[in-house]
Design a protein around this ligand. Structure first.
Ligand SMILES: [Ca+2]
Length: 168
């Protein structure tokens, strides 16, 4: 059954599709308004590693009341286990945006989340980490990259991971 050695304490990296945007938008789902307004785009200028990364730009006065929204594919999780989201982000302007580790049940309804809100200041590439236990009714986890309505935003993202944290 378990092929995992009990002596192995390495965290288990889950199978996110296209976590560094090297395959453009493959595996990620754009919210309707974001797709229409092109707030989030895969560009060469927003790469931290490889050739491509995700750029989220919301200008002052942008007509995007829902804000930007990009969702990863859903990966299976085990209730009670702790999961860690990591990613790199660079804020080119003061920006109102956050990244969520979301948990879903078997019916794909959200049953919990943990947020990393980026500091509202200009900053170079920084690694961010968020950890949370999967709720008792969780079946999947996904990453949601979301700016708030009418907040100005200019942030680059790359190199997302979700890992199952193995406590020694
Ligand atoms: Ca990349």
């Amino acid at each position: 059954m378990a092929s995992f050695s009990s002596f192995c304490h390495a965290d288990e990296v889950l199978n996110l599709e296209n976590p560094g945007f090297e395959a453009d938008r493959q595996g990620w789902v754009w919210g309707k308004e974001d797709a229409e307004s092109e707030l989030s785009r895969v560009t060469t200028e927003s790469a931290y590693k490889g050739k491509l990364g995700l750029s989220v730009i919301v200008a002052d006065g942008e007509q995007a009341p829902m804000g930007s929204s990009v969702l990863s594919n859903k990966v299976p999780v085990e209730p009670g286990s702790v999961y860690r989201l990591t990613f790199y982000a660079r804020s080119n302007e003061k920006s109102g945006i956050g990244v969520m580790l979301q948990f879903y049940n078997e019916g794909f309804s959200i049953v919990g989340d943990a947020k990393q809100i980026l500091p509202m200041e200009v900053g170079d590439w920084t690694e961010y980490k968020v950890e949370a236990p999967a709720p008792a009714n969780a079946a999947y986890a996904a990453i949601f990259i979301h700016s708030w309505s009418r907040n100005r935003c200019n942030v680059d993202f790359d190199e997302f991971t979700i890992s199952k944290v193995t406590k020694p």
